[in-house]
Design a protein around this ligand. Sequence first.
Ligand SMILES: [Zn+2]
Length: 114
Amino acid sequence: MARTPEALERDRVLCRLRSKKRNERKSEFLGMRYTSAQAKLYRHLLFAYVCNAGHNQCMRCGEPMTAENMSIDHIEPWFGVDVDLYWNLMNVKLSHKNCNSKYGRESGSSTPGQ
Ligand SMILES: [Zn+2]
């Protein structure tokens, strides 16, 4: 039996509400927003892989990085230039957050959200 479009929409809304409730409970348990915790976990996982590969030196200054001060740095500025430059992995290296933003200021390529 086919469901009506209204019933399908009601199911979608209920599913979103349940998902939101689940994430709220996870946030409460973690003591931080669940999406922030996921981003932090991804950061630490990436940093573990970077260290295992022996690539935890900043591309700008050459000094070692930590999981907290590591940032994704675009070699060619992407913002206002080309969306593909943002996603192109060949255009991405890792650097300290400070080195990344200092380079952005000096080159005049403000790239918010990096
Ligand atoms: Zn650096």
